[in-house]
Write a protein that binds this ligand. Structure first.
Ligand code: ADP
Ligand code: 5GP
Length: 202
């Protein structure tokens, strides 16, 4: 059984940086590639960061029930492809979802079992500094995302884990610990434990 890890947090909190690190560091984690109607940023690749699709295609995917959840964020549409979960199960990997708070809520309301993690910046001022220094949005979009961040943080109580991303090393070490701890649950240790226990049967 794949474990689902859901990561949310305001734009600019550092989710992508933390996610890139965990994908490089730990084995058997698949990143859930969402569909979005927003355009690619410099350096983003179709099929790796997102599937960049038109509004018409997004609507068709909704109608064909291809999304596990979907939401509007800062004027664009984003959705998790059901196919990602099936693929993770097939490959025996865990699945990591980077989705905003409404999408995470939809999953919780559907009873989707997952490890829900919220990444928070150390302050609003630092969030603004990071969004500006990332230099990927124009002023209007930055203001929109900053307004949205107020709504985002008001949903923090829905998450089991909170990582304050002040010092990146400290934040990453906490995220890694959550993954390791979840993977050490007895319910997930079956294939490792069985031969060990069998060796005690004389
Ligand atoms: P998100 O994916 O949550 O929108 P990013 O991962 O793109 O955020 O990070 C936003 C910006 O902040 C990036 O330029 C990133 O390099 C920077 N950043 C991330 N974490 C930290 C940190 N702990 N300290 C300083 N800058 C950071
Ligand atoms: P960005 O445009 O910065 O890549 O993402 C904006 C927001 O959309 C982020 O909060 C990110 O977590 C969220 N997001 C990305 N993919 C999905 C998705 O499939 N569903 C939902 N609900 N949110 C998503």
């Amino acid at each position: 059984m794949s474990t689902l890890f859901v990561i949310s947090g305001p734009s600019g909190a550092g989710k992508s940086v933390l996610i890139r690190r965990i994908l490089d560091d730990l084995p058997a984690i698949r990143f859930s590639v969402s569909s979005t109607t927003r355009g690619p940023r410099p350096g983003e690749t179709e099929g790796i960061d997102y599937h960049f699709i038109s509004r018409e295609q997004f609507q068709a995917d909704i109608e064909a029930a291809r999304f596990l959840e979907h939401a509007q964020y800062s004027g664009n549409l984003y959705g998790t492809n059901r196919h990602e979960i099936e693929e993770a199960e097939r490959l025996g990997q865990d699945l990591l979802l980077d989705i905003e708070v409404q999408g995470a809520r939809q999953l919780q309301e559907k009873g989707v079992e997952a490890v829900y993690i919220f990444v928070a910046p150390p302050s609003f001022a630092e969030l603004e500094r990071r969004l500006r220094s990332r230099n990927t949005e124009d002023e209007v979009a930055i203001q929109r995302r900053l307004r949205q961040s107020v709504e985002d943080v008001s949903h923090v109580h829905r998450y089991q884990f909170v990582i304050v991303n002040d010092n990146l090393e400290e934040a990453y070490s906490r995220l890694r610990s959550i993954f390791i701890a979840e993977r050490s649950r007895r319910s997930r240790m079956g294939s490792t434990l069985e031969p060990i226990l069998a060796s005690f049967q004389k």
